[in-house]
Design a binder for this molecule. Structure first.
Ligand SMILES: Cc1cc2nc3c(=O)[nH]c(=O)nc-3n(C[C@H](O)[C@H](O)[C@H](O)COP(=O)(O)O)c2cc1C
Length: 356
């Protein structure tokens, strides 16, 4: 009889990852160390980066027993768009660091799983090229840091290409201090340039524009697409977001890459959900690595979660198939967790499922 250790080794050698963290190890082995640190790192002491994980570990579940969990239904809608599961893809920059085909490959893996991808402003493929090969719904993440005119062009291009919403990132008036990148003297290699700006003069891209609440009004006047704000962490700002007519809020600390020392996003979620009181959809990202993390976020009021780094790990380890498999692993874990928790539908997942 083979020992469990032999089996584990065999699995590892055959590169059959059984969870998201296995993809993390595989991706690390595949990537250039500087690019790896750029993906992996947070800002300053990485307190918030670690908190995003440890906060999930502190939340305990209260399962119900003897519920009929033969059939699990996790299909849902986000801003009216049907998706196969409440697990979406967060915007992350520069997929070209993980794979030469970058976002064009990611989006196909995501489409195979029937869910939605948010494409970053700073993608290494043009937003039109990504939309061209997509089979599922897309949102466009907007940084207005660069220049308002360039941003206006991007929004119009995204709308024309069929993107369904604009996700304005609001936690990045300046970049957080990412010390791994400073120490590595990390510069984006030429194959991973920001493709959406290829026709904008470099000096204009480097212009600094700091968005305010007026920028939200400007954006809403510019487009008929629904606008989400990504990076809201307080009830105060959630209420302001509603006043400014947003369709959705993404509770996020940018994966611990902006202001170090802020709450874990899962800790910030309940207050935002309470303030919003059903007036817009609330999403969460930051530290989602297990199906049970998704379950906890849904129990605390998220409509769906977004996944950041694990998608990059899947892409780096095994291209389109890696992205698909990362999402499939999370989906299978969520399904099992819903069964074990006695919550066979999304509507049966409520606050009584968690003990904070
Ligand atoms: C390498 C990397 C690049 C990112 N680029 C962007 C970006 O271009 N726009 C944005 O709004 N957020 C960006 N984010 C933040 C993610 O959208 C998301 O908030 C975060 O990664 C979620 O946490 P997780 O990685 O723990 O899942 C980036 C995150 C990482 C790790």
């Amino acid at each position: 009889m083979r020992s469990p250790w032999t089996l584990l080794q065999k699995e590892y050698l055959a590169m059959l990852p059984i969870n998201v963290m296995d993809y993390e190890a595989l991706a690390r082995a595949h990537m250039d160390p500087g690019a790896w640190d750029y993906y992996q790192g947070g800002s300053e002491d990485e307190v918030t980066l670690r908190a995003n994980r440890s906060a999930f570990e502190r939340i305990r579940l209260r399962p119900r027993m003897l519920v009929d969990v033969n059939t699990i239904d996790m299909s849902t809608t986000v801003l009216g768009t049907a998706v196969s599961m409440p697990i979406l893809v967060a915007p992350t920059a520069f997929h070209g660091l993980a794979h030469p085909q970058g976002e064009c490959l990611t989006v196909q893996g995501v489409g195979q799983m029937g869910t939605l991808m948010t494409v970053s402003t700073v993608s290494t493929r043009r937003l039109e090229d990504i939309a061209h090969v997509a089979s599922g719904p897309l949102w466009f993440q907007l940084y207005v840091r660069h220049n308002l005119k360039a941003s206006e062009v991007l929004v119009r291009r995204a709308q024309a290409a069929g993107y369904l919403a604009i996700v304005l990132t609001v936690d990045t008036p300046v970049l957080g201090k990412r010390e791994r990148d400073v120490r590595n003297d990390f510069y984006m290699p030429s194959h991973a340039h920001s493709a959406n700006f290829s026709d904008v003069p470099k000096a204009r891209i480097l212009e600094v524009f700091i968005p305010t609440w007026q920028t939200v009004d400007w954006l809403r006047s510019l487009t008929s697409l629904p606008v989400l704000l990504k990076g809201i962490l307080t009830a105060e700002d959630a209420l302001l977001a509603l006043e400014h007519g947003v369709a959705g809020i993404v509770v996020s600390n940018h994966g611990g890459r902006q202001l170090d020392g802020v709450q874990a996003s899962i800790e910030a979620l309940p207050a935002v959900v309470e303030a919003v009181a059903g007036r817009c959809e609330v999403f969460l990202d930051g530290g989602i690595r297990r199906g049970t993390d998704v379950l906890k976020a849904l129990a605390l009021g998220a409509r769906a979660v977004l996944v950041g780094r694990p998608i990059l790990w899947g892409l780096a380890a095994n291209g389109q198939e890696g992205v698909r498999h990362v999402l499939e692993l999370l989906r299978a874990e969520l399904e099992r967790a819903m069964q074990l928790a006695g919550r066979p539908t999304l509507s049966s997942i409520d606050r009584t499922l968690v003990k904070l």
